[in-house]
Design a protein around this ligand. Structure first.
Ligand code: 4AZ
Length: 483
């Protein structure tokens, strides 16, 4: 980031100058008039002392001198400490203004120095002095990843017409969503089933200006195609599904079957699961990183390994940052989601790949077939499994899951239930934070993160998962703010 701040004020530091202790200096360098002979050599001169009556009190005289010199020493020490503190404060402010003008996860409004929280970015209300928080708002809509741009003027989202669009613009839009340009996948024109009333179009004659200044709303789109934008090749699994049942009641996974699944270790022990969404970001549950688990440096992340024993022989990825949902509630498990940022990016392979975050406008049906995976216990009260297990679970409608005989109103809008009311198949201790996914349009989508449940696999006590659709805005804003 460039800085518009000018150089700091210059103060000449003369240091500490006690009385006349250093008064005899090189004559040329001393700035004050000299009242004594300039022919005298520039060395200190000592006047021989003559014993007087007062010298009969030598003890008292020396203790006064010791006391005075102690006071001087103390003053020197205090001033030195103050100087060090001032330098540290000055260094902090220089770093703050040059490197990172917004503290924590706040996002700066352009280069104005005004910082706002991610939740106020693209929320339809202008908070920045020049409205920057509402002018670069892009999203991918529905299962076809249709690129939409927000217009602060009409306060609505428009699809982008494919005419004159190219990959360079696609990369800018992906960057504005928080993705890194090196994972960019494609921009493609698609004919949509529904016809749109208005589009965002590129102004061909506009010069080399900002993408968003080139866009204008129009009722027509010559090609009739809108931009489908993929910022990362997500949701691909090389392994075709083998829907066998053996988590509680699950099957052992094959390499590459759930390539987004990671195991989160603390002090060499598997604690929770997580899902890869980009080379550097992992989605997990907020309850996995609570209290003493909130220190990023204690965690190691293992990707592409199915066996826990094998992980112990490897180093794992270090975690740089943990961001828990600010509205996570320990008691109700409301907003049970967190992000982990890896210190070094993952290399994607057949066994290490990201899952797709659900786009706004995607509907998951009640009873929709989903899959859970993890190293959690294979029965209530059991120990962590050595191998990655998975099982298929249908989604359960919220109203049904909230009924008196199931969870009696405990299922909040940030939660989603999945499993079997008859019991026998479920996620369990150790599966927390891991993925609940579904396959739609040949893409795997992250529907939820394993959160809680009463026991494991008991009748009328299905698994409860964080509802990813309501968290995606928060995830993108945090990825943007912590690039
Ligand atoms: C847990 O503690 C946990 N049966 C995960 C899932 C369920 C219960 C507990 C759901 O990690």
């Amino acid at each position: 980031m460039t800085s518009t701040v000018g150089p700091p004020p210059y103060y000449e530091n003369h240091g500490f100058q006690p009385e006349n202790v250093y008064s005899a200096r090189q004559p040329g360098a001393y700035p004050y008039p000299q009242y004594f002979s300039t022919n005298a050599p520039p060395v200190p001169s000592y006047v021989p002392r003559v014993a007087t009556y007062q010298s009969s009190r030598p003890v008292a005289h020396s203790s006064e001198r010791t006391c005075a010199s102690n006071i001087k020493k103390t003053i020197v020490i205090i001033l030195s400490i103050l100087l060090v503190i001032c330098c540290a404060i000055a260094a902090f402010f220089i770093w703050y203004f040059v490197e990172n003008r917004c503290l924590g996860s706040l996002i700066e409004c352009g280069s104005s120095g005004v910082c706002i929280p991610p939740s106020q970015w693209c929320d339809g209300v202008s908070h920045c002095p020049s409205g920057e928080d509402e002018t670069r708002c892009v999203r991918l809509f529905g299962p076809d990843f249709i690129l939409e741009v927000y217009s602060p003027v009409s306060k609505s989202w428009y699809p982008v017409c494919q005419d004159d669009w190219n990959d360079d613009y696609g990369k800018i839009a992906c960057k504005d969503m928080g993705y890194s340009v090196d994972t960019y996948y494609y921009s493609r024109g698609v004919a949509t089933e529904v016809s749109f009333k208005s589009y965002m179009k590129l102004n061909r004659s506009a010069g080399n200006i900002d993408l968003y200044k080139k866009l204008y709303s129009s009722d027509s789109c010559a090609s009739g195609n809108v931009v489908s934008l993929r910022c990362i090749e997500c949701g691909l699994s090389i392994k075709s599904m083998n829907i066998m049942n053996r988590i509680v009641g699950g099957s052992g996974a094959m390499p590459g079957q759930w390539p987004w699944q990671v195991s989160l270790h603390m002090e060499g022990i598997h604690v929770c699961g997580g899902s890869i969404i980009t080379r550097q970001w992992i989605v997990t549950a907020a309850h996995c990183v609570e209290g003493r688990y909130s220190d990023p440096y204690s965690w190691r992340v293992y990707a592409g390994i199915l066996n826990q024993n094998e992980m112990l022989l490897r180093n794992g990825y270090r975690v740089q940052q943990i961001i828990s949902h600010p509205d996570y509630d320990t008691d109700s498990k409301d907003n049970d989601v967190a992000l982990m940022k890896l210190e070094t990016p993952l290399s994607f392979t057949d066994t290490v790949r990201p899952v797709c975050l659900p786009n706004p406008g995607m509907m998951f049906q009640p009873n929709q077939q989903c899959w859970i995976s993890g190293w959690g216990a294979e029965y209530q009260g059991g120990k962590t499994s050595n191998n990655l297990n998975y099982v298929t679970v249908p989604l359960i409608e919220r109203s049904r899951c909230n009924s008196v005989y199931i969870y009696n109103g405990m299922i909040l809008p940030t939660m989603i239930c999945a499993g079997y009311l008859g019991g026998g198949i479920d996620s369990c201790q150790g599966d927390s934070g891991g993925p609940l996914v579904t396959n739609k349009n040949s893409v795997w989508w992250l529907v939820g993160d394993t959160s809680w449940g009463t026991g494991c696999a008991s009748p009328n006590r299905p698994g409860v998962y964080g509802n990813m659709t309501v968290f995606t805005d928060w995830i993108y804003k945090n990825m943007q703010a912590n690039r």
